[in-house]
Design a protein around this ligand. Structure first.
Ligand SMILES: Nc1ncnc2c1ncn2[C@@H]1O[C@H](COP(=O)(O)OP(=O)(O)OP(=O)(O)O)[C@@H](O)[C@H]1O
Ligand SMILES: [Mg+2]
Length: 252
């Protein structure tokens, strides 16, 4: 199992990149789990599918049902429920984490869920996680077990600042990832390319690729169509396909 977490500042293109990685990696290997770890979930839309239940729903249900479960084994109960929130589609499975916790103590259920998810994830060749914007995933421990962290940035000061912070935190928290990559997105012109290249070198990222600003992405968005419908000749799609190929060969 290889876990790939896609992170970065809000609006940089994390979900677009994650959705196309799901599409292209699942063409290479059939055993892919997509995880939407953004409470403001939009990976299902990007993948063109619908999901009615989230892991957050299971967590809340457990909290209100816990007392009445009596001697029922809590782990088995939760395992059964997880099956209901892992949605199976033709080329991939999808788990939506959903809303963050409400008030009260969630330690017990969260610990159980963490263990169960780890076990479930082992069945997949690739797990691709679309993280929420910023740094929140560090406190939620979403990318704790990522093998590869992909930080998506545009050339904005804020985008680069967030990327830098993610790089620093990953190191500070001693996360056991194998590689941390940078992907530049919505890049227009040579100057922008140089800015990202210099930044990657300075901050110790492996620069995966520079993705262009792509009118075809904008067009799809306007029509409300999923990004995985991008035509083969879209420069953005071509480059993410290349990234998928690089990732599946990385380290081998
Ligand atoms: N290369 C690109 N060219 C043009 N538009 C793009 C490109 N990449 C992403 N976009 C557009 O930018 C917007 C943000 O993209 P996306 O939702 O993938 O970003 P995000 O980082 O997941 O955002 P959020 O932080 O809100 O989850 C969308 O409208 C998307 O269509
Ligand atoms: Mg997103």
């Amino acid at each position: 199992m290889v876990v790939i977490a896609v992170t970065g500042k809000g609006g940089t293109g994390k979900t677009a990149v994650a959705a196309l990685l799901v599409k292209f990696i699942s063409e290479i290997t059939s055993n892919v789990l997509a995880v939407d770890a953004d409470p403001d979930s939009n990976l299902p839309d990007a993948l063109g599918v619908e999901v009615d239940k989230t892991l957050g729903d299971v967590r809340e249900l457990f909290q209100v049902t816990r007392e009445s479960l009596g001697t029922v084994d809590k782990e088995s109960w939760l395992e059964g429920k997880i099956f209901e929130v892992i949605h199976e589609f033709d080329n991939f499975d999808l788990l939506v984490m959903g809303r963050p916790e409400g008030e009260g103590c969630y330690c017990f259920v969260n610990n159980l869920l963490r263990g169960i998810l780890k076990k479930f994830m082992r069945h997949y060749d690739y797990v691709i996680v679309d993280c929420e914007a910023g740094l929140e995933h560090f406190s939620r421990k979403t990318i704790e077990s990522a093998d590869y962290i992909i930080v998506v940035t545009d050339t904005s000061r804020k985008g680069l600042k967030t990327a830098k912070k993610i790089r620093e935190l990953a190191k500070e928290l001693n996360l056991k990832f194998k590689e941390i990559f940078l992907v530049g997105n919505k890049i227009v012109g040579d100057e922008a390319k140089e800015i990202i290249k210099d930044f990657a070198k300075k901050e110790n990222f492996v620069l995966l690729d520079l993705l262009p600003y792509d009118e075809k992405v904008v067009e799809l968005d306007l029509k409300g169509e999923p990004i995985i419908n991008l035509p083969e000749d879209s420069e953005f799609a071509k480059k993410v396909r290349f990234i998928a190929e690089v990732l599946t060969r990385w380290g081998s």
